[in-house]
Write a protein that binds this ligand. Structure first.
Ligand code: NAI
Ligand code: MG
Length: 375
C-alpha cells in the first residue's frame, strides 16, 4: 500500500510563500522518486488574512490538529503592529500544540561558505534544542503608567519543572544517538531562580542517561564559544529566549539565515509538529527572488524524516547541499539564481535520484524521528 501523509501548509508572509513554494516543488519530486503521497491543505494565515478579516487565524487552528505535520513559511509584516502575528499566531501555535522542543541543527555543510575563518564541517555539527513553550515567551507581563515618564514594564519568565524536564529528556535522548554530550546553556549566575531549576532538572535527568556527559555554559560565553569552538558542542539545551538568540548566531556560522532550519516537535504525539526555516518574513527582500529557499527545503527534509520518509529526507538534504555549494553567494542579488530557480534545481536532483548522499552520510534530518522513547 502506498504510504500517505496529511500535511497542512502555511506559507505566511513576505518571503514565506516564495520559499514554501520551492519546498512544495521538491516535495512533488520526492513523492515521485520515493513512492509516497501527501494530501495537502493550504491555509491562508498571516498579514493579508489578518488585514482583510481581522482574524488571527487562531480560530482555525483546531483544523490543523488532524494533520500529520505542518509546513510553515514565516510570518510578520510591516503593516501590522509587531507582535500581533508573531505572538498571536506563531507562539500560540507552539503553545496550543505543545510543540515543546524547537530543534535547530547547526551544521556547516561541505562547500558552504562560513564567515568564520578556518572553520571546517567536521568541527561544526551540533544541535540546539530550545524550550519552545515557556520562559519569557509566555506573554505574561504588564505596564504601569504607560506613555508617561514614570512608565514601568514587567515581563515575566515562566519555568516549570515539567516543561523543562520534557525538553531536557528529549535532549538527552538526542545526545545518546550522537556524540553523547549535553550542554546546558543558561545564565545561572544572574537568573538564579530559573537557572537553579534548570540545573536541578538536568542533574536529575542525567541519572537516567549515565552514558551522556553533561556540561554547562553561560549564554554570554556561548556567544564566543559557538563561533570559535563549535566542536565543543554536541547537543545544547536552553530556554526559549536564549535559544532564539543563539540559534541566529548558529545560523550565521553555518552560512546565513537562509540556510538554517528547525522543527517544533510535539513530544507526546498529542498534536502535529511544525517545520520551518528559522528566518522571518524578510520584508526587505520579499518579491525580489533573492531569498535562499534552503532553510525551508531542509525543513521539508526534517518533516519527511519525522514522517518516516528517511530516504527522501536524506536525498533532499544532499541535493540542497550540492546546490548550495555551487552558489557564488548564499543570499541576495549575487546568488546567481532566483529563489524559484534554486527550488527547481534541488527538485530536479531529487527527482533524478542522483542526489549524492555521501555529502551527508549521517543525516540528522532523516533520523530525528527515530528517537527511542523516554527512559
Ligand atoms: P528576518 O529573518 O526576516 O530577516 C533578517 C535578515 O536576513 C534580513 O536582512 C533578510 O533579508 C535576511 N534573510 C532572512 N531570510 C533570508 C533568506 N531565506 N534568504 C536570504 N536572506 C534572508 O528577520 P527580521 O527582519 O528581524 O524580521 C522580519 C519579520 O519576520 C518581523 O515581522 C519578525 O517579527 C518576523 N519573524 C518571523 C519569524 C517566523 O515566522 N518564525 C521568525 C523571525 C522573525
Ligand atoms: Mg528568532
Amino acid at each position: 500500500m502506498t504510504r500517505s501523509h496529511t500535511i497542512a501548509i502555511l506559507p505566511g508572509d513576505g518571503i514565506g510563500p516564495e520559499v514554501v513554494s520551492c519546498a512544495l516543488e521538491v516535495l512533488d519530486a520526492a513523492e515521485t522518486r520515493y513512492g509516497f503521497t501527501t494530501t495537502r491543505t493550504e491555509y491562508a494565515a498571516g498579514a493579508n488574512h489578518y488585514l482583510e478579516t481581522g482574524e488571527l487565524f487562531t480560530e482555525v487552528q483546531d483544523q490543523l490538529r488532524d494533520a500529520d505535520a505542518i509546513l510553515f513559511g514565516s510570518m510578520g509584516d510591516p503593516r501590522v503592529t509587531p507582535g500581533i502575528l508573531e505572538r498571536g499566531f506563531i507562539l500560540e501555535m507552539r503553545q496550543r500544540f505543545q510543540q515543546a522542543a524547537n530543534v535547530r541543527p547547526v551544521r556547516l555543510y561541505p562547500g558552504v561558505p562560513t564567515p568564520i575563518a578556518g572553520l571546517t564541517p567536521e568541527r561544526c555539527e551540533l544541535v540546539i534544542v530550545r524550550e519552545n513553550t515557556e520562559g519569557a515567551y509566555v506573554g505574561q507581563g504588564s505596564t504601569v503608567h504607560a506613555g508617561t515618564p514614570n512608565a514601568v514594564a514587567m515581563q515575566e519568565s515562566l519555568n516549570t519543572r515539567a516543561g523543562i524536564e520534557r525538553v531536557v529528556d528529549f535532549s538527552f535522548r538526542l545526545a545518546l544517538g550522537r556524540r553523547k554530550k549535553l550542554t546546558l546553556c543558561h545564565k545561572t549566575n544572574i537568573l538564579v531562580a530559573a537557572g537553579q531549576l534548570w540545573q536541578e532538572v538536568v542533574a536529575d535527568v542525567a541519572q537516567r542517561y549515565p552514558e551522556v556527559e553533561t556540561d554547562y555554559v553561560h549564554v554570554d560565553a556561548m556567544c564566543f564559544h559557538l563561533p570559535l569552538t563549535p566542536e565543543r558542542f554536541d547537543v545544547v539545551v536552553t530556554d526559549n529566549l536564549f535559544g532564539d538568540i543563539i540559534t541566529d548566531l548558529g545560523a550565521v556560522i553555518q552560512g546565513g539565515l537562509g540556510v538554517a532550519t528547525s522543527a517544533n516537535l510535539n513530544l507526546d504525539a498529542t498534536a502535529p509538529s511544525m517545520f520551518e526555516a528559522i528566518h522571518g518574513s524578510a520584508p526587505d527582500i520579499a518579491g525580489k527572488g533573492w531569498a535562499n529557499p534552503s532553510g525551508a527545503i531542509l525543513s521539508l527534509a526534517l518533516m519527511l524524516g519525522h514522517l518516516g520518509e528517511g530516504d527522501a529526507a536524506q536525498a533532499i538534504e544532499a541535493a540542497t547541499v550540492e546546490v548550495l555549494g555551487s552558489l557564488p553567494a548564499l543570499a541576495g542579488a549575487d546568488m546567481g539564481a532566483t529563489t524559484a530557480e534554486l527550488g527547481t534545481r534541488i527538485a530536479d536532483i531529487v527527482r533524478s535520484g542522483r542526489a549524492n548522499t555521501e555529502l551527508v552520510p549521517d543525516s540528522l534530518l532523516a533520523t530525528l524521528a527515530a528517537l527511542p522513547a523516554s527512559r
